[in-house]
Ligand binder design. Structure first.
Ligand SMILES: [Fe+2]
Length: 346
């Protein structure tokens, strides 16, 4: 999950059509415009609102294509797309993590991403299927209280957090898509039995918070020693006042550990889009040089993945993270939710 407050849109399905007409009515044509880089499109956005707004503003400035953004969480929006099916007003879906993309892909709702876009993104940052593409990336990190924990006392593997000695000494936000993506990687890398055992131990060992920012704040205030979160919560706070991370250190597991998982944020074009050319051009823009420079120079602190644009210089370089190799197309959100529910974490 993000630190932003979510706009709840689960109840907005009934009004979605009316909203779409209003949005499109302000564009060049009532059906969202014709192909060829004109008209307007609707984006279902689960990425951080500020990041997507930066992308959209730059895209509209360059192309003249108007973009309506509807915000929600990964699963809120993937579930909404499944319910709406071919009648969805969405042209593009952007997520924080890839399991929600796979859910929509498996429902057959995505068009193929244009090859020109796929060519901008290395194969490791997109699914083998070509039905969507990575647009940014984020790394798992264990943040810790520098006053209480010395670097040599940190666990070598994320799996060590299941050991009795870590009882009550780590925090997480299991209800969020960020944490569930980490579990999906564990499931893909180590299988169901290991994942089940780890989650069962987590129920005993971990302190549960709602949101990664809250978990990091708890580390900073001395409430809990460590938290398993994504990296950008730390860097974002450091770039502002540092008030929620002044006492916090970052521990990257590396060594292709499940805890070194790098999660891909996804972008895809809905098969039902009535302005597919404009929708495809947004994905091409986001993964292109200008779009990726938004990641490099902006305040999201997420990793750039496309067009050879370097990531923000404040970050540990992606190549140094020694992330495990995972095909994002194989990350399964349904099994993760089941296992976490069985473990009493959801
Ligand atoms: Fe997040």
């Amino acid at each position: 999950m993000t630190s932003r407050s979510h706009l709840t849109i689960g109840v907005a399905i009934a009004t979605a059509g009316a909203l779409a007409l209003t949005a499109c009515g302000s564009g060049s044509s009532a059906d969202g415009g014709s192909a060829g880089g004109s008209g307007s499109i609707t984006v279902y956005n689960a990425q951080h609102e500020s990041l997507t707004q930066e992308w959209v503003d730059a895209f509209t400035k360059q192309t003249g294509i108007k973009v309506t953004v509807r915000n929600g969480s990964d699963t809120e929006l993937s579930n909404q797309l499944m319910q709406e099916g071919a009648a969805s007003p969405a042209d593009v879906f952007l997520t924080e993590n890839s399991p929600a993309m796979t859910q929509v892909e498996n429902a057959g709702l995505f068009a193929d991403v244009d090859n020109a876009t796929l060519d901008q993104v290395p194969a490791e940052f997109r699914p083998s299927t070509g039905k969507w593409t990575g647009i940014a990336a984020r790394s798992t990190v264990l943040v810790y209280d520098k006053r209480k924990v010395q670097p040599n006392q940190l666990p070598a593997s994320m799996l060590d957090l299941a050991k009795p000695e870590w009882k009550g000494r780590w925090a997480a936000s299991p209800s969020g898509a960020d944490f569930q993506a980490i579990v999906s990687a564990l499931l893909e890398l180590k299988g169901e039995a290991v994942t089940k055992d780890w989650l069962t131990a987590m129920k005993t060992n971990a302190k549960v918070y709602k949101g990664n920012s809250t978990a990091m704040k708890a580390v900073n205030s001395g409430e809990v020693e460590t938290a398993l979160i994504y990296h950008y919560y730390y860097y974002g706070d450091q770039a502002k006042t540092g008030e929620n991370s002044a006492n916090v250190g970052t521990h990257y597991f590396k060594n292709e550990d499940p805890g070194a998982f790098v999660s891909v944020s996804g972008g895809g074009v809905l098969k039902s889009s009535k302005n597919a050319a404009a929708a495809q051009s947004l994905l091409k823009f986001i993964t292109g040089k200008t779009g990726q420079e938004v990641l490099q120079k902006g305040t999201s602190f997420e990793y750039a993945v496309g067009s050879d644009v370097p990531s923000n210089a404040a970050l540990v370089p992606l190549k140094d993270l020694q992330a495990p190799k995972v095909d994002p197309a194989k990350l399964n959100s349904a099994t993760v939710t089941d296992l976490m529910t069985q473990a009493g974490l959801l």
